[in-house]
Design a protein around this ligand. Structure first.
Ligand code: AMP
Ligand code: GLY
Length: 416
């Protein structure tokens, strides 16, 4: 029996907690700091997971055998390194290996060295040179901040003015910090998220999902952390996923190992199905959010068993449900800009199926909003159309004055 600690407080961590809670191998489950949605299935620890010393003391004192960092911020903060000498499993990469996400420049250079298909690019710290490059390349073009920017550091610029405005923000005003930018060729095609369990040269793919990053219906409006998601993505053929495994996921894991940065944990390929085959948009060093909320409900195997198997060098058989899952994000009006908080939420007790909490808290005994993305409501069924229907029926049960959501989740696959 295993004691588990999950780090984080969002919908992804809620879905991880849910999957761990279903395990027959679980002894005690702790989440630091967690959220109100998990209170029924885990012990919430009101400490700061960004303090590696606090986490270290906690895992020793509570005989934790498995730590799952939810967000990249803990990985970049070196939690895997800080616990490396202890007799436990951290299912997440070291700070250096996590640079596959935290440094776009490192990721792009590694892909270039290993001929892994991705957009052409150039790296800049100098504003004038970056502007000259945009002028020479033309538009559309993509400007990316070369560090963590909470999902907001990417601008797909349709014209020169938009590209230069992004460079102003990133290289002159230093809105996200002091890192440089990567300027990339614009790629076209449907996107998909391919998550794998990775340890050494073992890679186990999960079913793919498709995120909806733009705020509004029809993929309009600003980029967000993700407004909805579905798993089981009929518009992406299985052959393309197989090709992505052999041309992208397997080579990048090998490349990291060859670079002295062996990878452990969930590896996320944000990929695009272009007319030249699958190409990398980005890698993430952790489970996707909201991908976790629709992929993990399809896992029929025991999550602790799978992690213990791969970390001891075995390749387990991992079983997945054939059903489709759809997740609709309910976000505060105003997100990704400013928004009200602490608005009461009612109706969660009327829902059939899962609701994952992304940004909630309890005030005077009442569940209230406490973030930009607040809830993720899941529908699960044997057809995609039925799963969409179920997700929106659940959304309709939730009563809250300040939440909005997209009405077209899964549209790319449904309109076929
Ligand atoms: P990222 O944060 O890197 O996932 O980028 C956010 C979104 O910007 C992606 O999901 C894509 O829709 C878009 N994007 C990023 N890079 C490119 C690219 N090279 N070409 C076209 N779209 C891109
Ligand atoms: N779904 C986007 C992300 O997790 O980065």
């Amino acid at each position: 029996m295993v004691n588990v600690l999950i780090l984080g407080s969002g919908g992804r961590e809620h879905a991880l907690a849910d999957a761990i809670h279903r395990s027959n191998r679980l002894d005690r489950l702790f989440v630091m700091p967690g959220n109100p949605g998990m209170a029924a299935i885990a012990t919430l620890i009101d400490d700061d997971p960004m303090n590696n010393d606090v986490v270290r003391s906690f895992v020793i004192e509570h005989h934790i055998e498995l730590v799952i960092p939810g967000s990249e911020v803990y990985l970049r903060n070196g939690i895997a390194d800080a616990l490396q000498d202890l007799d436990l499993i951290v299912f997440g990469p070291t700070r250096q290996a996590a640079e596959i996400e935290s440094s776009k420049r490192y990721a792009k250079d590694l892909m270039r060295r290993h001929a892994i298909p991705t957009a052409q690019y150039a790296v800049f710290t100098d504003y004038d040179k970056a502007v000259a490059y945009v002028e020479q390349q033309g538009t559309p073009i993509v400007v990316k901040y070369d560090g963590l920017a909470g999902g907001k550091g990417v601008v797909v610029a349709t014209d020169k003015e938009e590209a230069i405005a992004a460079l102003d923000k990133m290289l002159r005003e230093r809105t996200y910090g002091t890192d440089g930018v990567v300027i990339e060729e614009y790629l076209e095609g449907p996107e998909f998220s391919l998550m794998c369990f990775v340890v050494g040269d073992i890679l186990i793919p999960m079913p793919i999902a498709q995120d909806h990053k733009r705020l509004l219906d029809g993929d309009q409006g600003p980029n967000t952390g993700g407004m909805g998601i579905y798993s089981g993505v009929p518009i992406i053929p299985d052959e393309v996923v197989d090709q992505a495994m052999t041309t992208i996921m397997e080579p990048i894991v090998k490349a990291l190992a060859d670079d002295g940065r062996p990878y452990v944990g969930f590896l996320y390929g944000g990929l695009m199905h272009t007319t030249d085959g699958p190409k990398v948009i980005e890698f993430n060093a952790r489970f996707g959010d909201p991908e976790a909320e629709v992929i993990l409900p399809r896992l029929k195997s025991d999550l602790i068993d799978v992690i213990l198997a791969v970390t001891s060098g075995r390749v387990p058989e991992v079983r997945w449900s054939s059903s489709y899952t759809v997740g609709v994000v309910m976000a505060s009006n105003g997100y990704p800009g400013t928004y009200r908080k602490l608005v009461p939420i009612h109706g969660l007790d009327k829902i059939e199926g899962s609701v994952y909490h992304m940004g909630t808290t309890i005030q005077s005994g009442q569940l209230v909003t406490n973030g930009g993305r607040v809830l993720l409501v899941v529908g699960q069924a044997e057809t995609l159309a039925e799963a969409v229907h179920q997700a929106y029926a659940n959304v309709a049960s939730i009563k809250c004055d300040s939440l909005m959501y997209r009405r077209d989740i899964a549209h790319q696959s449904l309109k076929r």
